[in-house]
Write a protein that binds this ligand. Sequence first.
Ligand code: B16
Ligand code: MG
Length: 219
Amino acid sequence: MIELAIFDLDGVIVDTAKYHYKAWKRLAAELGFFFSEEHNERLKGVSRMRSLEILLEVGGIEKSPEEKEKLAARKNQWYVEYITQMDESEILPGALAFLREAKAAGVKIALGSASKNARLILDRLGLTELFDCIIDGTVVSKAKPDPEVFARAAEVLDIAPSKCVVFEDAFAGIEAGRRAGMYTVGVGDPEILHEAHLVIPSLNDASFTDLCNRLPSNP
Ligand code: B16
Ligand code: MG
C-alpha cells in the first residue's frame, strides 16, 4: 500500500528545461560557441555545476573553480529572470489533477528535485500548498542517481521506502528511486526509462490509483 508519492519537478510537473536551455545557450554565446538542443539533453536532471562543466566541455573551454562559480551564478540569474515570469498555465497537462487524485487517496505528496529554484517554481505555479514535504537542491548534497533526495523525503515524513513511489523523467532519477528501495514510475520515453517499474508517457490521463494497483508486490 503506497503512503508517499514523490515527484521530480522538471519534466514531470513543469517543463523548465526550455528556460535552462535558453540561459545556458546565452552563456555559451557569450563564451563564443553554439550550444545545441541536443547538447542540452545531457543537462536534464543534472546539478547546476555539473551542467556548467558539461557545457564547458562541449565548448572546449577550461575555467578555474572561481570562474566556474561566477559563470554558474550568471546563468542562474538569467534563469531566475525567466522562471519568475511563469504562472499556472505552465503546469504540464494532467499534473495538477494527478497530484489532487493522489492527495484525495490519502497519500502524502513530496517533491524530490535537484533544483535550488524548486520553491520559487512551485510558488509561481501555485502548487506549494499541495506538498507535504519539499526536498530540493538546497537541502541535499548528493545529486541523482544518489538516492539522498528521495530517501530524505521518506525520512522527513517517517514513511518506509517500500511504501513510496517516485515519479521521474530522467534515467538518473529512476536509478535514484530504485537505490532508495522505492517503487518508480518513469514519465516519458520507455526506451530511456526502462529501469522503472512502470512507464507512462505523461501524467495526462493517468490515474494514480490505477498505477498503484499495477505496481508489483515488492519494489
Ligand atoms: P538549478 P529536476 C533539475 O531539476 C533539472 O532537470 C536540471 O536540468 C537542473 O540543472 C537542476 O535541476 C538544477 O537546477 O540550477 O535550478 O538548481 O529535474 O531534478 O527537478
Ligand atoms: Mg526531471
